[in-house]
Design a protein around this ligand. Structure first.
Ligand code: HEM
Length: 311
């Protein structure tokens, strides 16, 4: 056995680690003797991962649709992971903040540029057939997408702009939740009745969402930014990273998504033009109607007025 100073040091550290939790180091070392050496497939969990693609139809392009959504959910998880690092960093500086934000933006840039996998990578006829088996489900029901929004900005920026005046810091989370911009995709404001899509989504996630909203109320990305010293808030790289993120999530990705939806649902000449989730989607999805902006303070009044208009 190599027994040099480094090994001695390691053994002492190991001893220290196990003593501190009242465990015998020898037992741990003996466990190590019998433990299986790691393999790629055990570590990456490839068997589990590659068994999650279950088609509902016999159409081969449905596989593209399922897998690309799964890739999106994995990337959403990576985004939330980085957001948590920003949110829970005490004494955050502009370098760390910018670097983590750039990671997040790279992930979203990748989701935006790769959206052509949806737009160009499936036969329209196949898509228009297998989508019938997905109704009434919709990407609208992606919980991680909503968690990203809640982690990005103050709740007021996610409230349907028609109701913003009715909400202030004394409003309950519950009331605010009912007026989030995305309720418009699933609520008939005349009857007040929620669609099945929205009802099911809320049954599954509303509690978790309310907890997350409360958790991120003072540590979302915008809050972390305005808690920085004033000079740091003027850091050009950081401001650029914040604006880039806002634009990518709320205009560029949204437009790729909307144009893809139009290609299939509207321009294919197949079907009745209705979305699987049943929303008034052409209007609902456009950034100039939705006006979802995470960091409005970082845009000029001209940029705000023209949000999503130029595309
Ligand atoms: C052919 C591909 C796609 C089409 C035609 C499409 C269509 C739509 C439509 C029409 C809506 C409006 C809600 C409704 O269903 O009534 C929607 C919402 C949504 N979809 Fe997709 N989608 C596609 C791919 C994706 C992908 C790959 C993702 C990634 C997870 C995704 C995530 C979302 C999200 C997060 C929403 C809610 C957006 C919001 O509230 O502003 N979609 N989609």
């Amino acid at each position: 056995m190599i027994n040099n100073e480094h090994t001695d040091h390691l053994l002492k550290e190991i001893e220290h680690k196990y003593q501190s939790i009242n465990q015998k180091t020898e037992t741990q070392l003996e466990g190590l003797l019998w433990s299986k050496p790691i393999t790629y497939w055990d570590y990456i969990q490839t068997d589990a991962l590659l068994n999650l693609q279950i088609q509902r139809t016999t159409l081969p392009d449905e596989m593209v649709f399922i897998m690309y959504h799964q890739v999106n959910e994995l990337i959403f998880k990576m985004i939330l992971w980085e957001m948590k690092q920003i949110s829970y960093c005490e004494q955050i500086d502009t370098v760390f903040f910018t670097e983590r934000l750039m990671r997040i933006s790279r992930y979203f840039d990748m989701l935006t540029s790769s959206f052509s996998i949806m737009a160009d990578g499936m036969e329209v006829e196949q898509y228009m057939k297998f989508r019938n088996t997905l109704t009434p489900a919709s990407g609208f029901q992606s919980a991680q997408y909503r968690l990203i929004e809640f982690s990005s900005t103050d709740l007021i920026n996610l409230i349907d702009h028609r109701y913003r005046d009715t909400i202030d810091s004394n409003t309950s989370y519950e009331f605010a939740f009912e007026h989030l911009y995305w309720q418009a995709a699933g609520v008939d404001y005349g009857s007040g009745k929620k669609s099945y899509l929205l009802d099911e989504f809320e049954k599954k996630y509303k509690k978790a969402f309310l907890n997350h909203i409360e958790e991120y109320n003072t540590i979302n990305i915008w809050q972390k930014f305005i808690q920085l010293p004033v000079n740091d808030q003027r850091n050009p790289e950081l401001v650029q990273a914040m604006r880039h993120y806002d634009r990518t999530v709320n205009i560029t990705w949204v437009m790729q998504h909307l144009n893809t939806a139009k290609k299939y649902i509207d321009h294919s000449g197949i079907g009745d033009g209705a979305a699987t989730g049943g929303s008034d989607w052409k209007k609902y999805m456009h950034p100039k109607f939705q006006r979802r902006i995470f960091f409005p303070e970082l845009w000029s009044s001209h940029e705000l007025e023209n949000w999503g208009v130029e595309i």
